[in-house]
Design a protein around this ligand. Structure first.
Ligand code: GP9
Ligand code: MN
Length: 634
């Protein structure tokens, strides 16, 4: 076997090295990436390498030196342009480029002016590698043409490249489990797999959904509409407009499950404020209410609240279908003159919110940059909920009224870490650290809601608002069944796990006085129809899978995103039909009609999303003209 002649391939080696380092320094200087530890720094450092080895390595298949050099130079120009374009884009949007944005042709006008304004002289730096490679091409000795025996060296080269890629992915998976399956944040993707791999990933995700969209012609819409309208429930006339003209404040209670409400842990009340609300005359509390989210978690819950359509199975619809036309709740409120916004002290790109919110017609996103996070005001995933609510209510005071504000809390998020001073009750003691901390963290979330209510009262906004609060999804997964079983004092079955998907749902209408605990079997899908009806906005022609919770016709049937379901008689989980009353398995036959209906409903929902069918609905503009305007950081 002949030796692999590295020196002869010095142009290739220099190219990889030069682009690698240029990319890495580009990361450090152009993007505001939060790196928390040495491992993350290491991942950031190595993440461009496997892609560069692969793309430049293709030169090893090119026979003549001249063409090879031309190829290497072209690659260096392209990679530099990619980094340069992202850097300029980032200055304006605090985000990385994603394909749906490039298809939003109507935004090019805006985009190009902001792009030119954001180019700096120093950006020439991104082309350092091109210059170095050009010099190498000019002055270094060129290799002889490859000979047969060279194949072995080439094979080794690509095996090493693949191995490096796997190491990179392994480290990324350890740092951020489920990064690729859930694809929750462009920043995290770039930090972990690098800009170049991120663009390939984005290309795959987007082209998959694009293909399904192209094939849809609108004929499927009428079948779905027929189904939805046949199952339509008449909203409550009595409650229609009960909160007309008021501000609507919708709180996403991070990871809050119903099992903590009106319960104690080792003698400590877990959610004293929320408990008091369940007895409050102005509050409707729903104690038989389920989340219906999938992998997109918080964002799935948001999707449901806005659309009353199921999110997608296996990926976050906020990421995969942000270019669709939607008939969102925000759009409806907007048409009635409400100022619609979301408040959330996290990166604007998390869950692709910055893009999706435009598709949902949300007027403004108060992201992390709208908040000032002082010393000691951040824990776990970011800003603590109490200062978050303090500052949010301050901003609400300046909003045009009526407004619809959706506020997303964050502190009660896995791994449920708190600062000592925020631990208002002791931890639980079980074999699950997660569950042990969860009680304390839920207690903190409860305290923050109390602060929110106090702030609203103080600001004068309270009396003219309604406050709607929902748990977004589970916080304690089935991995903690043993510890949960210890807390609940029973061995958990799939039936119990289905029951544990209950999340709290509150509708608080100051001064209304009709409040009570409602045992209606319900789910997040019902939030949109209920809220719109309360606001006095007619939604009967909308394509909603949920229905008004105050309607007498409301049906006791909740379908989970994964196909499980709950009715007043049966619960279906893990292919077993259980009796709702006793929790004991019963004949599968009894669940059969519901199984069929559940899968049909989920399928219809997927059809709408995958085919972007709402663009064919009467009164909707064709999707391409309907793209929301892109604005930068506001
Ligand atoms: C992040 C927050 C939490 O912005 O919404 O996301 P989750 O992991 O709960 O979906
Ligand atoms: Mn969440």
């Amino acid at each position: 076997m002949r030796k692999f002649h590295w020196p002869k391939y010095s142009v290739l080696a220099i190219a990889v090295l030069a682009t690698w380092l240029t990319t890495y320094f580009g990361y450090l200087t152009s993007f505001n990436l939060s790196i928390d530890n040495m491992i993350q720094q290491l991942i950031l450092f190595i993440n461009p390498l496997s892609f560069l080895l692969l793309i430049y390595g293709a030169a090893l298949f090119i026979k003549t030196a001249k063409r090879r050099n031309l190829y290497i130079l072209s690659v260096s120009v392209i990679t530099s342009v990619i980094m340069f374009a992202n850097a300029v884009f980032y200055r304006f949007f605090s985000d990385f480029i994603t394909i749906p944005l490039l298809f939003q042709t109507s935004n090019f006008g805006d985009l190009s002016s902001s792009v030119t304004a954001n180019i700096h002289g120093g950006d020439i730096f991104f082309f350092t590698d091109v210059v170095i490679i050009a010099l190498a091409v000019k002055y270094l000795p060129q290799p002889a043409e490859p000979v047969r025996q060279f194949k072995m060296g080439r094979r080794l080269y690509f095996i090493a490249t693949a191995a490096l890629f796997m190491v990179n992915l392994g480290l990324a998976e350890a740092e951020r489990p489920q990064l690729l399956t859930r694809s929750f944040d462009r920043e995290l993707l770039v930090k972990n797999i690098g800009t170049y791999n991120y663009h390939i990933y984005d290309l795959i995700v987007q082209s998959k959904s694009h293909a399904q969209r192209v094939l849809a012609d609108g004929s499927e819409l009428s079948e779905v509409e027929n189904y939805v309208h046949a199952n339509r429930k008449e909203p409550s006339k009595e409650m229609f407009g009960a909160a007309e003209g008021r501000n609507v404040i919708i709180i996403s209670l991070e990871s809050l499950q119903s099992f903590v409400i009106n319960e104690e842990m080792d003698g400590h009340e877990i959610t004293p404020f929320l408990n008091s609300l369940t007895k409050d005359p102005d509050t409707y509390y729903f104690d038989n209410f389920y989340h219906q989210t999938g992998l997109g978690k918080t964002s799935d819950a948001e999707f449901i609240v806005e659309n009353s359509i199921y999110p997608r199975n296996g990926s976050a619809v906020f990421f995969t279908h942000s270019g669709n036309t939607y008939d969102s709740m925000s759009e409806k409120f907007g048409e009635k003159g409400y100022f619609t916004n979301v408040m959330h002290a996290n990166n604007r790109s998390f869950w692709n919110r910055d893009i999706m919110y435009k598709a949902l017609d949300i007027d403004k996103f108060y992201d992390v940059q709208s908040y000032s996070i002082g010393e000691g005001e951040a824990v776990n995933w970011g800003m603590k909920d109490i200062p978050f609510f303090d500052q949010s209510v301050d901003m609400m005071k300046d909003m045009p009224q009526p407004f619809v504000s959706r506020l997303l809390t964050l502190t009660n998020h896995h791994p449920f870490d708190l600062d000592e001073e925020d631990m208002l009750i002791p931890p639980y003691t079980s074999n699950s650290k997660t569950l042990n901390k969860y009680f304390q963290s839920s207690r903190y979330l409860d305290e923050s809601i109390k602060v929110l209510f106090d702030n609203l009262k103080e600001s004068g906004l309270y009396d003219n608002s309604i406050i709607v609060m929902y748990g977004d999804h589970y916080g304690i997964s089935e991995n903690h069944n043993k510890a949960m079983g210890m807390y609940l004092d029973k061995e958990l079955t799939p039936f119990d796990n289905a029951m544990l998907q209950k999340v709290p749902f509150f509708i608080h209408i100051p001064g209304e006085g009709g409040g009570k605990v409602m045992h209606e079997l319900a789910g997040q899908m019902d939030i949109r129809p209920t809220v719109l009806n309360l606001a006095g906005i007619d939604a009967k022609d909308d394509l909603q899978f949920g229905s008004d919770l105050f309607s007498e016709e409301h049906e006791n049937f909740v379908i989970f995103r994964d196909g499980r379901f709950v009715t007043d008689k049966y619960v279906y989980a893990h292919e077993v039909c259980y009796d709702t009353e006793s929790g004991e398995p019963t004949e599968l036959e009894l669940c059969a009609p519901y199984i069929e209906r559940a899968s049909k409903e989920l399928e219809y929902s997927d059809t709408i999303i995958n085919g972007d069918l709402l663009r064919f609905k009467d009164g909707q503009q064709p999707a391409d003209e309907n793209q929301p305007e892109i604005t930068g950081k506001d």
